[in-house]
Every structure is written in C-alpha cells, then in structure tokens.
Design a protein around this ligand. Sequence first.
Ligand code: IVH
Length: 735
Amino acid sequence: MAQSTRDDQEGANAAGKWLPVTDLTPQQAGDEIADLAKRVAQANEQYHGGDSPRISDAEYDRLKRRLSQLEDAFPALALPDSPTGKIGAAPVEGFGKVTHAQRMMSLANAFDPQDVRDFVARIRSFLNLAPGAPLDFTAEPKIDGLSLSLRYQDGQLVQAATRGDGSVGENVTANARTVPDIPHRLNGDAPGIVEIRGEVYMSHPDFARLNAGDTGRVFANPRNAAAGSLRQLDPSVTAARPLKFFAYGWGELTRPLAETQMGAVEQLAVLGFRTNPLMRLCHDADGLIAAWTRIEQQRATLGYDIDGVVYKVNDLGYQSRLGFRSTTPRWALAHKFPAETAWTRLDRIEIQVGRTGALSPVARLEPVTVGGVVVSNATLHNEDYIAGRDHTGAPIREGRDIREGDWVMVYRAGDVIPKIADVDLSRRPCDSRRYAFPTSCPECGSDAIREPGDSVRRCTGGLICPAQAIEKLKHFVGRAAFDIDGLGARQIEMFFADDILPIREPADIFTLARRDANNIARLKNRDGFGERSVEKLFAAIEERRRIDLKRLLFALGIRHVGEVASATLARHFGSWDALVAAVDGAAQEPAFTAEDDKARKAALADSPNWAELTGIDGIGAVLVLSLVTSFQQPAERAGIDRLVTQLDIQPDRSPAANHTEISGKTLVFTGTLERMTRAEAKARAEAMGAKVAGSVSARTDLLVAGAGAGSKASKATELGVRVIDEDEWLRIAAQ
Ligand code: IVH
C-alpha cells in the first residue's frame, strides 16, 4: 500500500498537480521540502558528477522552482544546504583541506598523431637536441579514475589528499588507509619524505557488483563510483567499496628515486605499490603512436577504464629542464582515445548570454546515453558551427548545417561538455528551416554584433544587459572569486531584481548592510530571511572586504583574464596600484592604439608598459588588449573604482619558487644562445622567479646578450642596464 501511495504522489507531481503552496501545513511543506531538496540535489550531482540523471531538464526545472517557492513561503523550513542556490555539486564538506607541497598538475592533451609528432619536435627543439640524438619516452595507460597524493614520512603513510584544484585538495587519509593497494608502511629504504601520486579506480567487475548491490544508488561509471566511494565521510563505507590504486608519479621527495621515469616507477613497485604493467619505453613519435595503438587494442579486455595513453620524457634531468607551464608539464602529454558518440534528436536551439555578452547556442536534446552518461544538452559553439563553417569560412561536416528537429551525433570526451559532431540529412524533417542566429540579444534587445575575426556574436548592451550584469555578478561571487557564504547564484538573481535593496554591480554587495540599515523595510523582516540569516550574510560580506589581489582580478570577469592569468598578473605586480599603473600606462601607449598585431609589435619599443605586460609568461597580447580596454571603458572603470573603494586588497605575496640572484628581476634575452635554447632560458629564468620581457627599457635589470646581439645591447648600455654574456647566464642558471 505504501508503495502505491508513493507512486500516486509522484504521478501527481509529474503531472503538475502539486497542492497550492498556500494550502500546505508546515508539516506537509517540511516533508515536501526535504523530498524535493533530495531529488534536486541528486539530479545536480548526477548531472555535474556524471552519473546518469534520471529526470529530464524540464522536470528538474519544475522541481527546483517548486522548492524555491516552498522555501520562500516557509523560510524557517529551508534547509541550510538547500540545492536551490548552488551550481554543480559542492565539494563534500567535512574533509579538511590540504595544501599540496608540490602542485598536482594536469596534462596537455593530444588527439591525433600529428599532435604527438609536434610534442616530440617541440621537446627536441626546447632541449636543442642534435638530429639523431636519443630522446626516450615512457608510454602508459591513462587511468580513468581520480588522482591521489600519498605522503609518507619515514616510511609511514601520514596523509592522503585528493587533487582538488591542484593546489589545495581534500584530506582523505582515513579513507585511503582502507584501500588494500595503498601501503601503510613502505618497503625497503624509502626517502625520509616521499609523496606518491597515482590513480584510485574501480575495476569493471567490482563496479558491476557494486551497482547490483544494496548501496541504494546506481553509479553511471566506474570513475564516479570510485570518486563517490573515496569521498565518503565514514571510512567504513569506503572500506566496503572495492577501490584499487596504481602509482605512476611523485611529488615532494627528499632524495630522487632514480634517474629515469622508468627507473623511478620500478622503485615505486619496490616501495610496495602496484604499477601499470603496460608501461613501455619508446624512442620516437612513431614508437609512441605504436604504443598508443597497442594499448587501445587491449582497452576492452583490461578490466578497468582508461581514456588514453600518457607519454613522459624518460630522462628526469630533461624533465627538470623542461619544467612546467602554468598547469601542465612540458615533458608529458595525454594522447586521448576518440570520444564516445550517440545519435539523438535536437529539439530546440536556445541562446544563452554570458557575462562577456557572448551569445552561446545550446542544443536541447532528447536525452541519450553517451559513454554511460545521460546527455540532454550540448554546446553548438557559435553561429558558424551551426551553419557548417569554421572560423575561416571553410566548410565543416562537408557544409551540412544543423537545424531544430535534426538527428545529430553527440559526443563527449572525458569531462568536457557534450558536443555535436554531425547531422543525419536523411532524417531531416521536410519542413525544417535553416537556423537564423539572432542578431539582437534575446535578453536585452541590444544589437548583437560580430567583430571582424571573432567567431562569437556578442550583445553590445554591456552592463545594461541584465543577462550580462547577472552573469558577471554570479561570476563575482563564484568559488574562485569572492566566494561569499550565503550569496550564491540564487541570491544574486533575487537581489538583482529587488527594488528596495538591489545589487546591480559588485560594489553594491559591500554597501548592502549600510543601505539596509537606512531602509524602513528591513531585510530581516522579509520572507525567506530572518535576523540570524541576515546577520550571517552581512558578516560573510564583511569578511570578504579583505581580498587577495588575484581573486579580485579574476572576479572582475574580464574577457581572457581567467584564474591562472589573474594569479600570474598578481604575482608579477604584487599590488593593485602597480597593476593599475601599468594598465593605465599601457592605454596611453602606441601599442594600444595600433590597428593590428603587426603594428602593435612594431610599437613595442615605444610602449614600455605594454611590453612589460605582454612580456609576462602566459600573458598574451589578446589578454592585455582586453584588460586595457576594460579599464578604459568609462562605465566599467567607474564600477571597478566604486568596488575598489570598498575593499582592502591584499598584496600578492606568493613566494617566488626559491630565492635566487634573479628573483623579482626583469631579464631580456637577445642574440643567439649557443648552449641553451631561448625557450629553455626563458623557462629557467621564470622558474627562478625572474620576469622575462621582450624588449629593453628602463625597467630592465639584466640583458643576457648571446652571439650577434645588436640594437638591444646598445640600448641597454645607453640606459645603464647590466649586460652579461652566455657564460655568466649559465652560471646563474645553474644555481
Ligand atoms: S601523470 C604531472 N600518469 O590524468 C603529471 N596522470 O589529465 C601528472 N592520470 O590528474 C599526471 N593516469 O589524475 C599521469 N599514467 C598517468 C595517469 C594520469 C591517469 C590522470 C591524473 C591527472 C590527469 C591529467
């Protein structure tokens, strides 16, 4: 009987027959809130975590709307962790945070043999290897699990941490101890401190047994099952889950494990870890591609998921010379297997307006399973992609356009957003029409234009476009930006629409409490708020007045200025004032007003601020142009200035990797270096904490002049800049 009652209720919900909110007793509302919160949270987790969502998008929206209405009507019953205000699955609370002694990096991807040949050629050129000089690589499966860093002190496991954002992960030590492949004590003569890195995963048979068992949930794929199992607050739950671990790398070490990647991985096995038996040594790009093919052929029979093959330079001395880009090593590459695909019908094309005004077309699909995950949305990139052209105007999909009602091939590779690869013209409805991409913003009606050379059409409404303003605000309060407790996407939408106490721009957040105090209708008396929750919100905002420079920069949501670039700029300039001085300075220089890239390059010598900005590793001309332009736009600048007066900006104190003779100095290289390539010299200088600029100015500290140095050397002498030769540079670089 109980079963049939539940079914009836669900049937009624699905048909839209909820009782009016005003008719509910608090008891009924509380029960319904709990039930809805659970279902929405589950769907969120399934969607963002990759498990198979069991409900359609429309149903999801309906559940969420109803939950929001109930929370508004019965604020006291709203759950503290209600899913209405959040985007994506929040990190599990309850695990402590761990700052990795050495960052956990990700890998650059390759998708075809040419990418692999380019990788090998790039490394040979970076290292300046003579043709024929040997350069070996290892090739090993890329395990589709989650990475884990295990710290051993005097041979004892003292800490296990997930990757997190690469710098800070979650402390899962108690759970890791329950995994049989993870030794509590290392064998033999281990270094005093050793961090072992590898992948936690679940085998296919174990995954099938787990899903058939009584955990009360079904996981979409082994990776989600492994992630869900490791991130359990109760280690006894993890212990009951069949997790496995392959070791493939290391972080901090008090002494090297070996001289080669292969030798080091052999040492990992000696210490007591399982290592992958398919790892092979290869001597060139063809060898790597052959290893990839062999491993791909074995993929179906391995008994665990892999999503590609990882190549690593074998010589650890070369690895350290090659070093890292901002998030990936130069000495490794993940060569992915082709993506999984499925056919389904495209119901509708919708346009979303992002914070930079980009009109992004999204395909709403009949839900379909692709590689174990139910997909009902896919990106369509931009209008050219829909029309069957690339950004140069050349045909893609042999020129086939994509229309509403078409049958389309969906694919997803790894974690990326599903995409549409192709369309089946034989199933195209005869009354279908070409999709007309809007030329005005669907949100504010302003013209939506395409700049020459840009593949994206953008709303010109700027901050008058509510979609842009809201998306900018949501970005501003996002996790990597201001991350204000109690001020998530949902609250932003509410305050944005509020006439009494509006938040229309970031500065408004910091005047909220003061404005509220001056209002007759106080926030604490409103539905959905209470004295305590308002106090908490204001306190959380207050706490964020003190903000790190890099977070502030990222939070501004300037096009091309992402998390990594923000951190790089913050590290380079140290303070807000220094950054603004450089950006404002650059706006006055000929490079800013230059017509095109060529003219901009030519104007560099007369544009010291511009040269400084573009000389920073990882900061290109496109980014600088966007940054300088944003700061020049009066409305945007006024908004930034209003915000900044509200804040206490913390200077960036990220220590340079280690203190060296050139830390914090600005270097310029010129002429030909004979014993080190320019790329290696630049990477080395930056790893030693120096900035490398492209041209000599009064701010240059040191000019390294190789053979045949010309005008830069004379300019340096004129300016009194110290000039050194290659020998002297090699002495510094060897430190
Ligand atoms: S090496 C500094 N080797 O792939 C290089 N990673 O896309 C660090 N992964 O976060 C990674 N199998 O979780 C490496 N044999 C393998 C791997 C592997 C799987 C994962 C790892 C990493 C991700 C990068």
